[in-house]
Design a protein around this ligand. Structure first.
Ligand code: TZP
Ligand code: MG
Length: 215
């Protein structure tokens, strides 16, 4: 199995602020039991040591479920916690350097915000492209212009990579996102802020699976 075969169908990106005061690790485990296939630990305020500690605890939780742990932005934290990979944006560590720093089996995901980013990423052996943002979202307001469903379709016609759409995706629109060429969806609030993260992950997963079967 190469990293590009990784099952990223239902990707949970964490945000403690979206968890309605509940413990983030509890929310993640519920979601994984419901069907999440990959988790990205995204921490913008933790110090390095606390970030590593949290990553290690999350890794211990995810291990029995065989769900990969991806670290947002911080290759040093990913290496320290022996996480399964790193997700970077366009202003983070450049791919060529990241690729040298990480062992070859690690997953690397990159956000693409415009057509130029997509073209550039075609030359790289990356695990997936994060199509960011697909729709406007209150969870992240410093984003570029949303791709929209037609933008997603355009990328899917050009790119060899798995496409994971992120931004404003929920139970209502997840089905159409898949119809427009995504191989998976990444969500924050749809799961972190759900009354039952388990139930919502389960319903999202069932929807994605039925979509895959009808293809
Ligand atoms: N990157 C692009 S949009 C986004 C990130 C981290 C936030 C997505 O949050 P939500 O709640 O799923 O719209
Ligand atoms: Mg980043």
């Amino acid at each position: 199995m190469t990293t590009s075969d990784t099952n990223i169908q239902l990707y949970l990106v964490t945000d403690e602020a979206a968890c309605l005061g509940r413990d983030l690790l509890w929310v993640v485990e519920e979601a994984v039991q419901g069907g999440v296939t990959m988790v990205q630990l995204r921490e913008k305020t933790l110090g390095t040591r606390a970030f590593i500690e949290r990553a290690k605890r999350l890794k211990d939780i995810l291990l029995p479920y065989q769900v990969p742990l991806i670290i947002n932005d911080r290759v040093d934290v990913a290496l320290a916690a022996d996480a399964d990979g790193v997700h970077v944006g366009q202003s983070d560590m450049p791919f060529e350097i990241l690729n040298k720093m990480l062992p070859p089996e690690k997953i690397i995901g990159i956000s693409v915000e415009n057509e130029r980013d997509v073209l550039e990423a075609e030359q790289w052996d990356i695990s997936y492209l994060g199509v960011s943002p697909l729709f406007e979202t209150p969870t992240k307001t410093d984003t570029k212009v949303p791709w929209g469903l037609e933008g997603l379709r355009r990328i899917s016609e050009q790119s060899k990579h798995q496409l994971i759409a992120i931004g404003g995706i929920n139970l209502t629109n997840a089905g159409s996102v898949m119809q427009y060429g995504a191989s998976g969806i990444a969500v924050v609030s749809a799961i972190c802020s759900a009354t039952s993260p388990y139930e919502t992950a389960f319903r999202l997963k069932s929807m994605l699976q039925s979509q895959a079967i009808s293809d």
